[in-house]
Design a protein. Structure first.
Length: 553
């Protein structure tokens, strides 16, 4: 078994849905929907659905937009077609796919060529057919070094994209590995005839140009956009599925304030909120006009320890810190039970999860014993552990506006204080927090990181990822590195399950990060809204199937 990349200077890799830091934006905006926006009945295909969302879009071009859930919604489920659509059946096994722009595909026996056969009935919204030339040109832009797309590393083993004929395209690979299909289909296909007129080197300075020259092949087009207020999706009349989308329009209202969002939902001004806080769940479930949907994101929440700091260099100390935290209290409140204790970076809804692992227990006595073995005792009787005359005192970094995390950290602070450790919250603006984490300029930090759909832990725990990636704590372990590399070099991920188990067991023992909890994502909707399928891929998965019940019920 060979590691996925033999070059010691290998680039980071994964899918665009891979790395997402959980962050709550602050602010307050008006919440009133226009009088004709929210319709609560009528025939499918003619209604307007209103979503109250916390965040806005900033670009219709996937390659220049921010990587965020709202942009994944806009690009992958609304405006453009991917070659294949990744399915959210992660409890069963590695990713599976359904046809979209491509009607079929096959991988050569030696895994060197992946061929896609495109549909013949897909056209851009200006009537121009979508062809293999669009697919090849998109790949050329994605990998153009002068453009430097942030996720170009995903295409690192694709040596060429060959136009076989108008509706056949072949991806050539330098090596075979498990995630070839996933890497090939990452990103939507863009319109060569419309967008190649602007040189790629000018794309980042002319993001408005793409909206002015927008053509789409997905179920919706962008009807209008008022920044920080709303954007409106309208049915694409040239979409290849004649009975889709089911809704004529979907209006996304930008409403950061949660109370305003709930007010819109209850009044019927909105049909859906993109997510709700756990403390609102009971009142939502009690409302006969509302329904509360939920799923577990591929996101682990926890405290990362900066092992470059002498406080956290010892494995025993990291274990003791974990033993000193009663995580069930955090699950019960502030999560109100809509969470479970974290054990692994792989969440409990993933097939790859090592279910033999049990959470570290809450055991403050054992925590104190481990700390004493490392020389941490209360020598001066002030209630704070000390070693060589220095108290065990540190700061935990967290993001401004994330009240749930701040509430959780308040519990952590009190529990650590009971074993003689002083931890203080340091609340900073999100971009400041991320900058400091990337520079390792912190002692401990509360993180929420999303696992890529290719299940690669390179970003978070590989030694090389400590430089400019999400291995914020500079964790380094040769055994962990080898397991990560070996897994990603496997052709059959199912056969690699024992390696996944061993990797999780090793991380559990080393505790580079104390896994606190896996929280559920709560999605309130009005009962007349049908077809909503939120899942670990995206809250807005299957957007083209949304509709309002004909009788408004």
């Amino acid at each position: 078994m060979q590691p996925r990349n033999d070059d010691p200077k290998k680039k980071l890799r994964g899918s665009v849905t891979a790395i997402a830091l959980t962050v709550l934006a602050g602010g307050l905006m008006g919440c009133g929907a226009g009088p004709q926006e929210a319709k609560r009945g009528g025939t499918p295909g003619s209604d307007t659905i209103v979503v109250a969302s916390q965040t806005d879009i900033n670009d219709v071009n996937e390659l220049t937009a921010n990587a965020s859930p709202i942009h994944a919604t806009l690009h992958q489920y609304a405006l453009f077609l991917p070659l294949l659509e990744e399915m959210p059946n992660y409890a069963e096994g590695p990713p599976t796919f359904e046809p979209r722009l491509a009607k079929s595909w096959e991988l050569s026996e030696d895994r060197s060529v992946l061929t896609f056969h495109l549909r013949h009935d897909v056209v851009w919204s200006d009537g121009v057919p979508v062809t293999a030339e669009d697919v090849r040109w998109t790949w050329e832009v994605q990998t153009d070094p002068d453009f430097a797309w942030a996720f170009a590393y995903v295409k690192e083993f694709i040596t060429d994209v060959e136009v076989v004929d108008e509706h056949t395209v072949a991806f050539h690979f330098s090596k075979g590995y498990a995630n070839q299909v996933l890497d090939a289909i990452m990103g939507v296909t863009l319109p060569k005839h419309a967008w190649s007129r602007l040189p790629v080197t000018e794309w980042r300075e002319n993001v408005e140009w793409f909206r002015e020259n927008l053509v789409v092949d997905g179920p919706f087009t962008l009807e209008s956009w008022e920044p920080q207020q709303r954007f409106v999706l309208r049915r694409n009349e040239r979409y290849y599925e004649p009975d889709k989308p089911r809704a004529e329009r979907i209006v996304f209202r930008v409403v950061p304030d949660r109370a305003n969002q709930l007010a819109m939902l209850r009044s019927g001004e909105a049909h859906m909120i993109d997510w709700a806080r756990p403390d609102d769940a009971a009142s939502i479930e009690a409302d006969p006009e509302l329904e509360l949907l939920s799923y577990i994101p591929r996101t682990f929440q926890g405290i990362v320890w900066n092992v470059k700091n002498p406080l956290f260099a010892s494995k025993k100390v990291r274990q003791a810190l974990t033993l000193a935290i009663d995580r069930q209290v955090i699950v019960d409140s502030p999560n109100y039970g809509y969470a479970e204790i974290g054990v692994s970076p792989y969440t409990s809804n993933l097939w790859v999860r090592n279910h033999e692992l049990k959470p570290w227990p809450y055991d403050p006595a054992r925590a104190q014993a481990l700390l004493a073995e490392e020389g941490w005792i209360d020598a001066d009787g002030d209630g704070v552990l000390d070693k060589d005359g220095k108290p065990f005192r540190f700061e935990i970094l967290t993001g401004l506006g994330n009240e749930l995390r701040q509430d959780a950290l308040t519990i952590v602070q009190e529990q650590l204080r009971q074993v003689g450790i002083v931890a203080e919250q340091q609340v900073v603006e999100f971009n400041t927090m991320l900058s400091r984490e990337l520079q390792h300029d912190f002692e401990a930090s509360f993180v929420g990181l999303s696992i890529p759909t290719n299940l690669d832990l390179y970003y978070f725990f590989h030694t090389e990822a400590a430089n400019g990636s999400y291995n914020f704590g500079s964790f380094s372990n040769p055994e962990v590195d080898k397991l990560i590399e070996t897994i990603q070099g496997e052709v059959d991920l199912l056969a690699a399950k024992p390696l996944f188990d061993a990797l999780q067991a090793l991380l559990h023992e080393e505790v580079p990060l104390t896994f606190l909890y896996e929280s559920q994502r709560l999605i309130p909707i009005r009962k007349e809204l049908r077809g909503v399928q939120p899942n670990a891929l995206n809250t807005f998965f299957g957007l083209q199937d949304w509709e309002l019940a004909a009788d408004g019920s």
